[in-house]
Design a binder for this molecule. Structure first.
Ligand code: HEM
Length: 599
């Protein structure tokens, strides 16, 4: 297993955690491979694979310029990238774009997902690609180019003449040629490059070699027009390379190799990670929130267990055992949390089981890390220690979700954070990573805004901080929110980061703190902390709720008012939740792309 957390965790989730419970739904428009989510005659899987090639194809490998770098988003009108598929695909990918998932990494994941859902090999994907900020060079091979030019172009990309043949065959096993883009080559809507447009099989070479192909880049009008590029490429070594690919397992193995090579052509300076593998045990969406009264911290989230090789029916339960703030076992009452299966999820090759965690941790003793034990029904158990390092969790900085809120239609945003009192002298910063549409481009720009948060009331062992901002761009729900304590970028900075704005409520709830402000001295969880000051019960009221009414004479009316307010804020929350559910950015994108989809 990889060690958690890792810089590729978000990519791992998009790549593997696809369907059902907590599914990221990244494969929805390309799985099944026959999915024509964008219209008849348009296999989205083929469009995704072709996008990978066209983005890479302008690379100058020797010079370390270009490659899979997302530059194609700026080059859709240059005449080399014909067809609506590039735009459609980039718009879909944009829904997953974030500081942790570049468009170029998403294009690479798209190659994996599309090829695999069509029955092709598992293409290892490394993460860490960096997106270009503007257009790159031109140079995508076109059907009318001659073989000498093809060889030159592929050599520029870093491919040998043999690899040129292989990667073209591997690409053209999916999809085909469209009359809208190449009316001189095909009539009707689409003619496949082989008889199985939605299967990653070797028919593209067998049909060619057996002379029963209808590939428009081999036979038909293309021959007289000099646009029979597949024919000229395939027989450029006397059919030697394609003949070797007639063996189906060889075809798959060759394609795995050259397609991995294709997505690993990156500009100089880009450092790719190890191939992204699914975790056996992964904490998902773990969140700490200071509870009302400030005496305890709510720990929520899920432990995701990969059940591909471990049938979920054999699992009795899962136990999370945690360490207190100082790494000891003083957890108030018990240091263990037991969970039973809540839901199942799937990837293309994997199944997952989710074990929900919802527990109260003493604010006095806190939490710093945990390990996981899976108890099996046969009495044995499995231990997961995160490669001996325990799964780390910090309780110094928390985004207070119930006390934070976002009005999605206006972008009006209030953030509340709880910072542990031992960090009271350090700056607290709000970082919002937000997206703003760009005229004529399929992918909105990604921007960062930072501002320092105002210190508010001390509520026991923690102090609340707040900040308000209006998120511009009209897609505020696609933002990610970080709370950082300490100088940004310094070694001792601690952050509660990458919080999904779409999960914030539409109105901020008030917070009722403790009456005593207390100092936190690390290394003393066992001892009571010193009281440094005593204040009235600290109440933080929500900025978007009316001020509380203090009128004892009208207590019954106030009671009714409170009930009414509770009801209306619940109603607001519900409305917001429903709006998020239906119009959350990813889903909204999906709805767009699924129009016309036949299920
Ligand atoms: C000399 C090299 C190549 C040339 C000249 C070429 C040319 C073409 C042309 C003209 C089309 C038809 C597009 C349309 O009408 O929608 C096409 C489709 C396609 N190409 Fe290539 N191609 C080459 C190499 C590759 C490579 C290396 C890959 C990927 C590994 C690839 C993947 C695809 C895919 C998947 C389609 C089907 C797209 C769809 O159905 O929407 N091609 N290619």
């Amino acid at each position: 297993d990889p060690t958690w957390p890792s810089s590729t965790d978000e990519l791992e989730e998009i790549m593997y955690q696809l369907k059902a419970f907590r599914g990221r739904r990244f494969s929805d428009t390309v799985d099944p491979c026959t999915n024509e989510a964008s219209g008849p005659g348009r296999q989205n899987a083929a469009e995704w694979l072709r996008l990978g090639f066209h983005d890479m194809a302008t690379a100058n490998a020797a010079a370390g310029i270009g490659g899979l770098d997302g530059s194609i988003q700026y080059m859709l009108d240059n005449g080399e990238n014909l067809g609506p598929g590039f735009n459609t695909t980039l718009r879909f990918l944009a829904g997953y774009h974030s500081s942790r998932a570049s468009i170029s990494d998403l294009i690479a994941l798209g190659v994996y997902v599309s090829v695999r859902s069509c029955g092709g090999p598992v293409i290892p994907v490394r993460g860490g690609r960096v997106d270009a900020l503007g257009p790159g060079d031109t140079g995508v091979p076109q059907p009318e180019h001659d073989i000498a030019l093809f060889r030159q172009q592929f050599a520029r990309m870093g491919f040998t003449p043999e690899e040129m043949i292989q990667v073209t065959a591997c690409g053209h096993t999916l999809g085909g040629v469209h009359s809208n883009e190449f009316p001189e080559l095909v009539s009707g809507t689409e003619v496949g490059s082989d008889s199985t447009v939605a299967l990653f099989d070797n028919k593209v070479v067998t049909e060619y070699l057996e002379s029963n192909t209808s590939n428009p880049l081999v036979v038909g009008p293309a021959v007289a027009l000099g646009k029979d590029s597949d024919r000229r490429i395939f027989d450029s070594d006397g059919n030697l390379t394609v003949t070797a690919m007639m063996d189906p397992p060889t075809f798959q193995a060759v394609c795995q190799k050259v397609l991995q090579k294709m997505i690993e052509v990156v500009p100089a300076g880009v450092v790719l990670s190890d191939p992204i593998l699914p975790y056996t045990v992964k904490p998902v969406g773990m969140q700490l929130t200071l509870a009302q009264g400030a005496g305890s911290i709510l720990l929520t989230g899920n432990i995701r267990v990969r059940t591909t090789h471990l049938p979920r029916s054999e699992i009795q339960n899962l136990v999370l055992t945690y360490k207190d703030r100082d790494g000891g076992d003083k957890c108030g009452h018990s240091c263990t949390i037991t969970s039973t299966l809540l839901g199942g999820g799937r990837g293309l090759d994997d199944t997952f089981s989710f074990f929900p965690i919802e527990a109260s941790v003493s604010a006095r003793t806190g939490i710093s890390s945990f390990i996981i034990t899976i108890n099996l029904k046969n009495g044995s158990n499995l231990h997961f220690t995160n490669n001996g390092q325990s799964f780390p969790l910090q309780d110094a900085v928390m985004l207070m979700r119930p006390q934070s809120c976002l009005m999605q239609h206006t972008g009006v945003f209030s953030a509340t954070a709880a910072i542990r009192n031992d960090r009271g002298d350090l700056p607290t910063t709000l970082l919002v990573s937000y997206k703003a549409p760009r005229l004529g481009l399929p992918v909105p720009g990604l921007h960062n805004m930072t501002m320092s948060m105002r210190k508010g009331p001390c509520v026991g062992l923690y102090t609340l901080y707040s900040a308000n901002w209006t998120i511009p761009g009209g897609i505020s729900f696609a933002s990610r929110i970080d709370i950082i304590s300490g100088e940004m970028g310094s070694n001792d900075a601690v952050a509660d980061d990458f919080n999904d704005a779409a999960e914030l409520p539409g109105s901020c709830a008030p917070f009722q703190g403790s009456s005593r402000c207390e100092e936190v001295i690390l290394g003393t969880t066992a001892n009571p902390t010193t009281t440094v000051s005593s204040t009235d019960v600290a109440t933080v009221s929500s900025p978007s709720l009316p001020e509380p009414i203090h009128n004892n004479a009208q207590s019954s009316a106030e009671g009714e008012l409170r009930l009414g307010k509770a009801f209306s804020s619940f109603f607001q929350y519900l409305t917001n939740y429903i709006a998020n559910f239906f119009f959350g950015y990813d889903r909204w994108q999906l709805v767009n792309h699924q129009l016309g989809r036949v299920t």
